[in-house]
Write a protein that binds this ligand. Structure first.
Ligand code: 2HG
Ligand code: ZN
Length: 411
């Protein structure tokens, strides 16, 4: 990697780092004539320490393979994504991907302990430590987490992995209003406490698309909202007691209309599929406008209702789902064909709305090529200027993933 970058830098050749190519904002695909530098062959595991749970591996390891490797040793990866079967750990880190376990294990900014990165001129920056604590100077690895390959190419990752939970339960609940959904969330935080490992939500439209395009049936009665709750703990009896207490509370108080619980692997997978396969189902439904925003949690469904009203019959479907526990909404708007007039009706209105409530216009997917000019909706000019200065220091010739993440100079 070092030799490739040195060569390209000397000859002013632009490069596009590419992992599993599962990104959703065009960060991993070339725009003009960039050379694709694929990390697919850098896929070996360097070491795993069973005392500390620290895994060190190369950038091109597939997330699911890492998780399988760890499960055999009674550990798991601290992140889980719908695209786990093809995404690479290096791409996950470069995107600062969030996913389904963030609620429990936190973001990669906390779990990544070290990185090895090749800089634009081929210099190898070795910060591949395994320390939990290290306050010697600036934490440079943080610069590369979420930088989408614009400041350097990540070649190896050291990451802190949790123990595989001995007991896992998945619950699917139906509920008839978003306010009640928020009450259930509050209740789950209080009653389930530290065993809560996911709190995902989806609206009725999501149920329809997974049934239509994935042939997956939701076992619950029809309801405007569904909640998928996962608990993970080290003691089955203890978890069961907490879960029963929680379910009793939400059932008797009328917050929940219907529910089902799974403890057996296949049934848990089937419930997870109803949530994990929404994006895939939507892709088969028509032309998809994807939005990935974070907002104060009580606001996140208001924009879906608003958009439904605003767009009316002009669209095929407006759906809302996502990582409620992290205040992260995936708003997807589906039309039969691409329609510029409709897009003008959605944007910048949606981004202005998000900025008004101090939200982020990209919660976990990054800015890539498609959203780079929207950065000012979520960051002040001074912050963007500092980012541009950092880019100029680390990549003075601008060869690394150009046209991505930072706004075009005329913005
Ligand atoms: C998910 O949570 C992914 O399923 C994809 O982040 C979201 O495609 C989307 O809108
Ligand atoms: Zn997501």
């Amino acid at each position: 990697m070092s030799q490739i970058l040195r060569y390209c830098n000397n000859r002013n050749l632009a490069v596009n780092p590419q992992g599993g190519n599962t990104g959703l904002v065009g960060g991993s695909v070339p725009v003009f004539d960039e050379i694709i530098v694929s990390t697919v062959q850098m896929n070996s595991i360097t070491s795993f320490n069973t005392n500390t749970g620290v895994l060190i591996c190369q950038t091109g390891c597939i997330l699911e393979n890492l998780n399988n490797y760890l499960e055999e040793r009674d550990f798991i990866m601290p992140l889980d994504l719908g695209s786990k079967g093809s995404c690479h750990i290096g791409g996950n880190v470069a995107t600062n991907a969030g996913g389904l376990r963030l609620l429990r294990y936190g973001s990669l900014r906390g779990t990544v302990l070290g990185l090895e990165v090749v800089l634009a001129d081929g210099t190898v920056l070795n910060c591949l430590t395994s320390l939990r604590k290290d306050n010697t100077g600036y934490d440079l690895k943080q610069l590369f987490i979420g930088s989408e390959g614009t400041l350097g190419i990540i070649t190896a990752v050291s990451i802190l992995c949790p123990r595989k939970p001995a007991s896992v339960n998945v619950v699917l609940l139906g509920c008839d209003s978003f306010d009640k959904l928020l009450d259930i969330f509050k209740e789950s935080k209080g009653t389930l406490g530290e065993i809560l490992s996911a709190f995902e939500f989806m609206d009725y439209g999501c149920r329809e698309v997974v049934r239509e395009h994935m042939k997956l049936t939701n076992p619950l009665r029809e309801a405007p909202f569904y909640i998928l709750i996962e608990t993970s703990g080290s003691n089955g009896d203890h978890d069961q007691e907490k879960l029963t207490h929680f379910l009793e509370k939400v059932m008797t108080s009328g917050l929940v209309t219907d529910g089902t619980i799974a403890t057996e692997e296949n049934k848990m997978k089937a419930l997870w599929a109803l949530r994990e396969r929404i994006a895939e189902a939507l892709a088969r439904d028509g032309y998809v406008h994807k939005y990935d925003i974070s907002l104060p949690v009580e606001k996140i469904y208001e924009i879906v209702v608003d958009m439904k009203k605003r767009l009316g019959e002009r669209v095929k479907r407006v759906v809302g789902y996502g990582h409620l526990g992290d205040g992260n909404l995936h708003l997807n708007i589906i039309t039969e064909v691409q329609d510029q007039q409709l897009l003008d009706h959605i944007e910048p209105y949606l981004y202005e709305w998000t900025a008004h409530y101090y939200g982020s216009i990209s919660a976990e997917h990054g800015l890539g090529f498609k959203k780079k000019n929207l950065i000012y909706f979520s960051k002040p000019r001074v912050a963007v200027q500092i980012m541009q200065q950092m880019k100029a220091i680390l990549d003075p010739k601008g060869i690394l993933n150009p046209y991505k993440t930072l706004p075009s100079s005329n913005q």
